[in-house]
Design a binder for this molecule. Structure first.
Ligand SMILES: [Zn+2]
Length: 53
């Protein structure tokens, strides 16, 4: 595997729109603060799963 994604630490799945993508710690904080970047609905920590490297 040669994926260049060294900072993808979490898998975010939006409970509203169902969109899912990998995020790093900074993005996770941004989504928790601003909500889902796709649909704008509030996201809780439950929407994140740790991504095992
Ligand atoms: Zn969403």
């Amino acid at each position: 595997m040669s994926a260049m994604s060294p900072t993808d630490d979490y898998e975010f799945t939006c409970p509203q729109c169902g969109e899912g993508f990998a995020v790093n710690g900074g993005m996770r904080a941004a989504v928790l603060e601003r909500g889902c970047p796709i649909c704008g609905s509030p996201a809780s920590t439950d929407a994140f799963d740790p991504c095992p490297a």
